[in-house]
Design a binder for this molecule. Structure first.
Ligand code: F6R
Length: 602
């Protein structure tokens, strides 16, 4: 949520900042801004409501600059507007700041220190920059000390990049809970919320920890803690392929990412196989999981939906009871835990604040935790005892597709390996079955034109819709509904097929689209019965059924895969239906309204 960039060196900072912000737009896209300092040390501030493309229109290309900071916003305090867009400045214009996060005590800080100052925005960020100015100007502290004192005074989450017009060759940086990296170059250094933003100029990055303050010049990166002790930290090489973050010939990242899923399945298999061609997971993880008496999967949104499939996989393949919880509820409403719980945090970004607050608590309680994430070095990965990576490659569209299927595949591999080391008999050869899944996914993504037609016929004008299913199909129905509503804005419910008649069927009227998922033989008849019930009340029903249970007249037939892996296949047509519905309605598929990819506020 919110993206930050900074550049200091000898090149054209303006273009590097703007390109970096374009790469970070997935983190928020309601307004944006850059602050650059020209060769005569004069600062220039450009801000605009909307996307980076709109910001480009207002940036004065005549200004030459080799240093500056920038921001793309997802509004928390104050509506999206030029006034509330970052960077924010102190009244004198001396200090300029960009911020990602939420300051909880901004009102109290403002009352205590800033009563004589007229604030010009509705943001918590302006309070930070005015506070730094207050410490620097009223208490005559150096910029670094004023910055540190402000940090100690503030409560909440933040990634900050600050410039001082009186000392323009430095960017001051700090973080707490929100992500921030420093990139190292030859004669320049950069700051960014995600390595992706600056990979075109460097692949060498230095991680920052909470409670550290960094002074970045074009030659140096000096990290220290709040007590002033210097900290040495080596840079790591970000393994990001530029092709992974380009759209190529695709109109939208979402379609590219849907198409990448067969390749992701194969990549995951490759990463989790040892030299003998056996699936392998770090034995400390499997032993700790085996020693536990219950697994608690904690996640949000799409990851939560993947968690339900994970529960089925873990219980079926390991016999360990498994619960699935929403992070935003779990932290405040913790269930009674068993004696030996094992926590799995499912999070594609590894930065979700709701999940992190639970991890902080489970760490305090001393319980083992495994983060399954797509982002190496992300906060939840660093803070959990164990990590398993998704290897899905960067997912840029806000609506998650390949990270969802990657989460299920990694959970399937984990469950298979743990079950085997427990000595349980299983009919699943996971390498073989995931190979079949990859091939099945390919046949579905090759059938796009037909799915586009179905989207046009069933969903292009309706205001609401239902996905229904039982068992695994119910879990996929929840994900399919989330995907449809978040990018097409069609109000959609993912419903347990048998539960409809207990109240919600009242919503079915002439033409209501009801999309039924049917993949399992033992419950197929019941779900078909539920389809009949909605049809008799006027529903416009569409059946997506797996080969073994398909009937003539079903609108979409799924290639056959193992019963435990059906979600990996049945979700694909639902992703494509969402994509085409959004496209037909003229929405920005990759950047749906009100959303951001990385949700770093609770
Ligand atoms: C929807 C989507 C979100 C995320 C949720 C959690 O397409 O992507 O629902 O799944 O915000 O994010 P992570 O998985 O990064 O913790």
């Amino acid at each position: 949520m919110c993206g930050i960039v900074g550049f200091i060196g000898n090149q054209d900072a303006k273009e590097i900042l703007l390109q970096g912000l374009e790469k970070l737009e997935y983190r928020g896209y309601d307004s944006a801004g850059i602050y650059i300092i020209d060769e005569a040390n004069k600062g220039h501030l450009f801000k605009e409501k909307g996307r980076i493309a709109a910001l480009r229109e207002v940036v004065n290309n005549e200004v030459a600059s080799s240093k500056g900071i920038g921001h793309t916003r997802w509004a928390t305090h104050g509506v999206p507007s030029v006034r509330n867009a970052h960077p924010h400045q102190s009244t004198s214009g001396r200090f300029t700041l960009v911020h990602n996060g939420v300051i909880e005590n901004y009102q109290a800080v403002s009352d205590a220190y800033l009563s004589g100052i007229e604030l010009v925005s509705d943001t918590d960020t302006e309070v930070i920059v005015q506070l730094i100015a207050w410490f620097a100007e009223q208490e005559e502290l150096s910029t670094l000390d004023a910055f540190k004192k402000a940090i100690v005074t503030l409560k909440g989450s933040y990634a900050l990049a600050l410039m001082d017009a009186e000392n323009p060759d430095v960017i001051y940086v700090a973080k707490n809970k929100s992500p921030l990296l420093i990139g190292k170059g030859e004669d320049f250094n950069v700051v960014c919320s995600d390595a992706m933003a600056m990979i075109q100029v460097t692949n060498q990055f230095v991680e920052l920890m909470d409670g550290e303050v960094v002074t970045v010049t074009k030659e140096q990166i000096e990290i220290e803690n709040l007590a002033g002790d210097k900290i040495e930290r080596e840079a790591y090489t970000a393994e990001l392929d530029l092709n992974d973050i380009e759209k190529g010939t695709y109109a939208y990242y979402m379609l590219k990412e849907i198409d990448e899923q067969p390749a992701v399945m194969r990549k995951i298999l490759q990463h989790y196989q040892n030299t003998e061609g056996q699936l392998e997971i770090d034995s400390v993880i499997t032993e700790t999981l085996l020693a536990s008496d219950r697994v608690y999967i904690v996640a949000c949104g799409t990851s939560y939906n993947a968690g339900w499939v994970g529960k089925q996989l873990i219980e079926n393949l390991t016999n360990i009871p498994t619960e699935v919880h929403l992070s935003s509820e779990f932290g405040y409403n913790m269930p009674l835990l068993t004696e030996k719980p094992f926590f799995i945090f499912l999070t594609q970004s590894g930065e979700t604040a709701d999940s992190r607050q639970v991890l902080v608590k489970t760490n305090e309680l001393g319980h083992p935790a495994l983060t399954i994430t797509n982002v190496q070095g992300s906060t939840l990965s660093r803070e959990a005892q164990f990590t398993l990576l998704l290897h899905a490659g960067p997912e840029i569209a806000v609506a998650s597709t390949k990270a969802y299927t990657a989460q299920i595949a990694v959970l399937a591999i984990l469950a298979e390996v743990v079950g085997k080391s427990k000595g349980l008999a299983s009919d699943v050869d996971m390498i073989h079955e995931l190979g079949i899944v990859a091939a099945g996914m390919e046949t579905i993504v090759d059938n796009k034109e037909y799915l586009e037609e179905l989207a046009a016929n069933y969903l292009s004008i309706s205001r609401n819709a239902f996905y229904i299913g039982r068992g695994m199909d119910y879990y996929v129905a929840m994900e399919a509904a989330l995907k449809l509503k978040e990018i097409s804005y069609v109000q959609t419910e993912g419903f347990a097929a048998g539960e409809l008649k207990h109240g919600t069927i009242a919503l079915i009227e002439e033409g209501t689209p009801v999309l039924a998922l049917i993949t399992e033989e033992s419950i197929a008849g019941h779900t078909r019965g539920n389809v009949e019930e909605v049809n008799s009340r006027g529903a416009h029903s569409l059946v997506i059924a797996m080969e073994n249970v398909a009937r003539e007249g079903d609108q979409f037939v799924l290639p056959q895969v193992h019963a435990l892996l059906t979600p990996l296949i049945s979700v694909i047509p639902t992703q494509l239906l969402s994509y085409y519905t959004s496209l037909h309605r003229g929405n920005d598929v990759d950047k749906p309204r009100n959303l951001a990819k990385s949700v770093t506020v609770e």
